[in-house]
Design a protein around this ligand. Structure first.
Ligand SMILES: CC(C)(COP(=O)(O)OP(=O)(O)OC[C@H]1O[C@@H](n2cnc3c(N)ncnc32)[C@H](O)[C@@H]1OP(=O)(O)O)[C@@H](O)C(=O)NCCC(=O)NCCS
Length: 172
């Protein structure tokens, strides 16, 4: 059965008053997602991918936008006012086994610390619950104070720590 993905659309207001639509990614988002990735600071790339990587290609991003929503789910954030970037955040999970799914998130630098990351993760948690996922986990660099704060605020608990990477778990 083809799922109605629009049911997962959600408009949120950020701390600075701007309004953003959080919605499931679409295949035709590839170019806008690539634009966002190419504007990320090295620090943000490092915190998301744990390495300073070569530039993203359209092929890589197309794989991230053409997903089946069965074993993975991706939300993007798009500002409702006119801005340079159409996509300013990406939060996703990948189902790793029958019950658990790994989460990853990035918010474009100019849009960080306005409440968007928290809102995207909260929405992803609600979607995961609805879809029967029992456990989420996220790997975070141990010095990523902002992500650790957000994870704890959303109920994630520190599960393990090694080689500078912490794993936080949330039972849904
Ligand atoms: C981590 C990330 C997703 C958070 O999203 P965001 O939109 O910036 O975060 P929010 O604005 O929702 O929340 C930030 C919180 O950190 C707090 N904070 C800010 N600076 C902080 C610091 N130095 N130490 C601890 N907490 C801090 C803020 O006060 C806020 O908490 P509050 O809402 O309880 O006041 C975003 O910063 C990002 O994309 N970082 C790079 C990629 C990354 O780290 N991904 C995670 C691993 S996959």
């Amino acid at each position: 059965m083809i799922e109605n993905l629009e049911q997962y659309d959600k408009i949120v207001m950020l701390k600075d008053g701007s309004r953003v639509l959080i919605r499931p990614v679409r295949a035709n988002d590839a170019e806008d997602l690539l634009k966002m990735f190419t504007t990320l600071s090295p620090e943000t790339v490092y915190n998301r991918f744990f390495k300073l990587r070569r530039p993203f290609t359209i092929e890589e991003v197309e794989k991230m936008t053409s997903i089946n929503f069965d074993e993975e789910f991706a939300l993007v954030a798009t500002p409702l006012q006119e801005t340079e970037l159409k996509i300013i955040g990406d939060a996703r999970y990948y189902v790793e086994d029958k019950t658990g799914a790994e989460i990853a998130i990035v918010v474009q630098d100019k849009w960080q610390l306005k409440g968007l990351g928290t809102a995207m993760l909260q929405h992803l948690i609600n979607i995961g619950r609805e879809k029967g996922i029992r456990e989420y986990y996220i790997y975070v660099l141990s010095d990523n104070a902002v992500m650790i704060h957000v994870a704890k605020k959303l109920g994630f608990k520190l599960k393990s720590q090694s080689y500078g990477i912490s794993r936080f778990d949330l039972i849904l």
